[in-house]
Design a protein around this ligand. Structure first.
Ligand code: MLT
Length: 410
């Protein structure tokens, strides 16, 4: 008799964004004439930049001829891409990352979800609340949690992010001995950012406690204030205690094209059961070379084009376009009297629903305005009472959505 992994029974029935998609599809089926504007899942709407399209096309053309055809690629990704990533995303900004510390992948969702496989079953994990659901759900699947009771899994240290602490997680208490910490800045879902001093406290904590930080920087391209760190490696000492995840999904419109990367510095250490040090980089390499066969050559050529002069201008314009949408959402919701954060160095706006339940607010916006948002409660207990609005849509749709929400919420 084939039996299931019991840990899956602890999960909520469906993944947050699948759940929302099903509810919206049902509503659409019942209201076939409804014109629905999607500001829920952070999925881009603008096409790939021209530079990336050309890189992609050239890559495809090379696959058509015997002398330029490529089969399996190098296990960490092609050097032409990793060298540009290291130079432009890090070295140019004063962060020390080498090409061989970069692992090209099909995106940050898989990498942030898979990385926990490298660690022991009984480590202590700290996860912010609210949070991108992948960090928590993958640890549930791996059996690192107890039951789901009153909106929380037993065995997880939740780092509460609320209005009272400006949505920034506080360091765990000294006696909590946390081993693995998930951080995401600019944050999904709240859109908040962290200062260099704030991030330094986490790096110092990790060093003092022999812990590791998994730093999700999928939204770093949206940071426009020069004093906000875009990479954890801008912080002294981070190379010893932090892994960073990056994505081209929101930076360059790759949600459907799939490409991102993870940085595992050569200095990052973990410990075996005797407490002896071992290096993290070869472990991740071992995992990836066993379970992953890389990103296709044309996609890596498309990603390489992001780093050309033209590509940098075009991706910057793309991000600016969505940031302008975010500003419109911020202004419209503020005018309607809502308290909010995010949306200035982030594509997400986190809105306090003035006492409304998150899912009720979601239903109200869907049925009265034809607008899809993401209910804050879907990101954790501390998200109850909030909704997240994504700036990823056309200007026209964002303006229309704000107008309709204005009417519905008057
Ligand atoms: C989100 O809406 O939070 C993201 O688009 C989900 C993702 O990137 O997987």
């Amino acid at each position: 008799m084939i039996r299931i992994n019991q840990n899956y029974t602890k999960l909520k029935a469906s993944y947050l964004f699948s759940d929302i998609a099903k509810r919206v599809a049902k509503y659409q089926e019942e209201n076939p004439g409804a014109d629905i504007i999607r500001l829920g899942i952070g999925d881009v709407t603008k096409p790939l930049p021209d530079a990336c399209i050309r890189g992609f096309q050239n890559g495809v053309s090379e696959m058509a001829s015997e002398d330029t055809f490529r089969g399996y690629g190098p296990e960490q990704g092609y050097a032409f891409l990793r060298e540009k990533i290291a130079a432009v995303d890090f070295q140019e900004k004063g962060a020390d990352v080498a090409p061989d510390e970069i692992f090209v992948s099909d995106g940050a969702k898989c990498d942030t979800g898979n990385f926990q496989e490298l660690f022991a079953q009984d480590i202590n994990i700290a996860i912010p609340d609210p949070v991108y659901p992948v960090y928590l759900d993958t640890n549930v699947m791996a059996g690192r949690t107890g039951e789901f009771i009153d909106g929380r899994y037993e065995g997880i240290k939740y780092l509460e992010c609320k209005k009272e602490n400006n949505f920034l997680p506080a360091l765990p208490d000294k006696n909590e001995s946390i081993d693995l910490i998930y951080l995401c800045f600019p944050n999904n879902p709240t859109g908040t950012t962290i200062t260099k001093d704030g991030l330094k406290q986490w790096v110092d904590y990790a060093k003092e406690n022999s812990a590791l930080i998994l730093f999700d920087a999928a939204y770093e391209a949206f940071v426009r204030d020069s004093d906000i760190p875009r990479s954890i490696y801008e912080i002294e000492g981070a190379r010893e205690v932090a892994v960073e995840f990056r994505s081209f999904s929101k930076t360059a419109g790759f949600t459907g094209t799939r490409c991102g990367y993870t940085v595992v510095p050569k200095e990052c250490r973990v410990y075996d059961e005797n407490g002896d040090e071992t290096m993290l980089h070869p472990l991740w390499n071992r995992r990836q070379s066993t379970k992953f066969n890389g990103v296709s050559y044309p996609v890596q050529k498309a990603a390489e084009a992001i780093y050309s002069e033209e590509g940098r201008i075009q991706t910057n314009a793309l991000v600016s376009y969505y940031l302008k949408n975010a500003e419109l959402v911020r202004m419209a919701m503020t005018d309607l009297g809502f308290d909010l954060v995010g949306g200035d160095n982030s594509p997400y706006i986190w809105i306090d629903g003035k006492g409304r339940d998150s899912w009720e607010f979601f239903d109200l916006l869907l049925t009265k305005a034809g607008v899809v948002c993401t209910p804050g409660a879907g990101f954790g207990k501390c998200g109850q009472g909030y909704i997240r609005i994504s700036a990823f849509n056309s200007r026209e749709n964002v303006e229309k959505a704000m107008e309709r929400m204005g009417d519905a919420l008057k």
